[in-house]
Design a protein around this ligand. Structure first.
Ligand SMILES: Cc1cc2nc3c(=O)[nH]c(=O)nc-3n(C[C@H](O)[C@H](O)[C@H](O)COP(=O)(O)O)c2cc1C
Length: 426
C-alpha cells in the first residue's frame, strides 16, 4: 500500500512531503493522485496536494483539510460575544481554512474560565453567535463549529494577559471569584480555589446545561459541535486520575472516570441533529509519571467517545496539571493522533506546532490524521490557507478565495514563485 511506504519514509518527521518531491517527483505525484482519488471517491489523474482534498463527516463536506483550532479570546462581556468576535471570526473565515472552530464557549456563567469567556447559556448570546455564523455562511466557503465546555476546577481565573508571570492560571481576586465545580475537592494548584466535589444534583444540572447549549448552537446555525474534554477543564478533570480522586462509580478505573463525560456527550449527541457531526477534544497524554492518562489509555478514550457517536477525535494533550512535563517540538502531538487513528480506527485531527504547509501535507499523506488544526499560525496570519494555495499556485475548488481579494493573491503567487526561483539559483 503506497501510504505504508510514505509513512515509513516520513515517520521520523524529518523527511517531509516536499523533501520527497525533490527526491522522486513521479513517486510523490503518484502518492498525491492515490490520496486524492480516495478523498474524491473517483480516479484523479492530476496530482493534488493532500491538504487541498475534501473530507466529509456525516452530511458536512469540508473542501480542504485545514482547520482553525479553538482559541479563547477572553474578550466577551458577561458571556456575550462582541464586535471583536465578529471581526475576528469573520476574518478567519475568509482565510481559506475549510473549518473554523470557536473558542471554548461555556454552558453557564460558573463554567467560564475567565470573566472574558463567552457563553451560550442565554438567547442573546445565541443571537450574537448567529450573526457570526450567518456571516461565515453568506460570505465564505468555510464551515463553522462551536467548541462547548465547562471550566470545572480551572474556572474563575484572570485573563492570561493579567496573570502575574510567575502564576499560571492565576485565580481571580477573592471578591471576584465564583464557586467552582470538579470531580473532587482538589485545587488545581496550591494557590487555586478549592472546587466543590460534584454531587448527583450538580451532575444533572451541568448535563442539562450542556444539552441547552447544544440546542442554542443548533438554532444559531453551527455546522458542527465539539465537546471540550481536554486541558484539565471539567470533562477532562473527570477523565484524568490526576484530578479525579472519587471513590464512587465516577472515579477509579478508566471506565468509571469516563462515565460522566460519556453521559454528557451522549445527551448532547441526542440533542444535536443526526446529520451534523460532532468532535471531542481530548488530552491524549498527561505527560506525568504515576497514575495518569497515557497514550494507550487515550486509544480507549477515543474509542469510547467514537462508540458514543463522536465522528472525529481532536487529539490534544496535557494541561491537566502544572506538574506535567510535555516534550514540545515540531508536530509534537501528531504521534498521539497517529496512534489513535491507526489503533482505535477513528478519524482524528492533529494539532500542536503544525505550522508549515509541508507539515500538513506530510501528516495527511502518511495517514497520521484526517484533518490538521492550526491555532497560533492563524493568529499571525488569518489567511494561512490562501497563502498556501498561492504558494502551490493552486486554483481548484478546495480553496474559496474571496473575489474581493483576487488581485492580492495573484501578486502573492508571482512573488512567491520569484522568491522560490531566486532561492534555487542562489
Ligand atoms: C490564544 C490561545 C487560546 C486557546 N484557547 C483554546 C480553547 O479555547 N480551547 C481549546 O481547546 N484550545 C485552546 N487553545 C489551544 C489551541 O487550540 C491549540 O491546541 C494549541 O495552541 C496548539 O496549537 P498551535 O501550535 O497551532 O498553536 C488556545 C491556544 C491559544 C494560543
Amino acid at each position: 500500500m503506497p501510504q505504508f511506504a510514505y509513512a515509513c519514509l516520513t515517520r521520523s518527521q524529518r523527511v517531509s512531503h516536499e523533501n520527497l518531491r525533490l527526491r522522486d517527483k513521479d513517486w510523490l505525484e503518484g502518492i498525491e493522485k492515490w490520496f486524492a482519488s480516495r478523498a474524491y471517491g473517483r480516479e484523479i489523474t492530476e496530482p493534488i496536494p493532500p491538504m487541498f482534498t475534501p473530507f466529509s463527516l456525516r452530511d458536512m463536506t469540508l473542501t480542504n483539510r485545514v482547520v482553525v483550532s479553538p482559541m479563547s479570546m477572553y474578550s466577551a462581556v458577561e458571556g456575550m460575544p462582541t464586535d471583536w468576535h465578529f471581526v475576528h471570526y469573520g476574518s478567519l473565515a475568509t482565510g481559506g481554512a475549510a473549518l473554523l472552530y470557536t473558542e471554548m464557549t461555556d454552558v453557564s456563567p460558573e463554567g467560564r474560565i475567565t470573566p472574558g469567556c463567552p457563553g451560550i447559556w442565554n438567547d442573546e448570546q445565541r443571537d450574537a453567535w448567529k450573526r457570526i455564523v450567518d456571516y461565515v455562511h453568506a460570505h465564505t466557503g468555510a464551515k463553522i463549529a462551536m467548541q462547548i465546555g465547562h471550566s470545572g476546577p480551572k474556572g474563575a481565573t484572570k485573563e492570561p494577559w493579567k496573570w502575574d508571570p510567575e502564576i499560571l492560571d492565576e485565580p481571580l481576586d477573592e471578591q471576584d471569584r465564583w464557586p467552582i465545580l470538579a470531580p473532587s475537592a482538589l485545587p488545581y494548584d496550591s494557590y487555586s480555589p478549592v472546587p466543590k466535589a460534584m454531587d448527583r444534583d450538580d451532575m444533572d444540572l451541568v448535563r442539562q446545561q450542556h444539552v441547552d447549549a447544544v440546542k442554542r448552537a443548533d438554532a444559531a446555525g453551527f455546522d458542527m459541535l465539539e465537546l471540550h474534554a481536554a486541558h484539565g477543564y471539567l470533562m477532562s478533570s473527570f477523565i484524568t486520575p490526576v484530578q479525579n480522586k472519587r471513590k464512587d462509580e465516577y472515579g477509579g478505573s478508566l471506565e468509571n472516570r469516563l462515565r460522566y463525560p460519556l453521559e454528557v456527550f451522549g445527551a448532547m449527541r441526542e440533542a444535536w441533529p443526526a446529520a451534523k457531526p460532532m468532535s471531542v477534544r481530548i488530552s491524549a497524554h498527561d505527560w506525568m509519571d504515576g497514575d495518569s492518562v497515557t497514550p494507550d489509555e487515550a486509544v480507549q478514550i477515543a474509542r469510547a467517545f467514537s462508540d458514543a457517536g463522536a465522528d472525529i477525535i481532536d487529539v490534544s494533550s496535557g494541561q491537566t496539571s502544572h506538574e506535567s512535563e510535555p516534550i514540545f517540538g515540531r508536530m509534537f502531538q501528531t504521534p498521539l493522533s497517529d496512534k489513535i487513528r491507526n489503533e482505535a480506527h477513528v478519524a482524528t485531527m492533529a494539532v500542536g506546532n503544525i505550522y508549515e504547509v509541508d507539515h500538513v501535507n506530510s501528516i495527511l499523506a502518511a495517514g497520521r490524521a484526517d484533518l490538521c488544526c492550526l491555532a497560533r499560525p492563524h493568529l499571525a496570519d488569518p489567511r494561512w490557507t490562501l497563502r498556501a494555495a498561492a504558494q502551490y499556485e493552486y486554483r481548484g475548488e478546495a480553496v474559496v478565495e474571496p473575489n474581493q481579494y483576487f488581485h492580492g493573491y495573484r501578486q502573492l503567487e508571482l512573488n512567491l514563485k520569484r522568491a522560490a526561483e531566486m532561492a534555487i539559483n542562489a
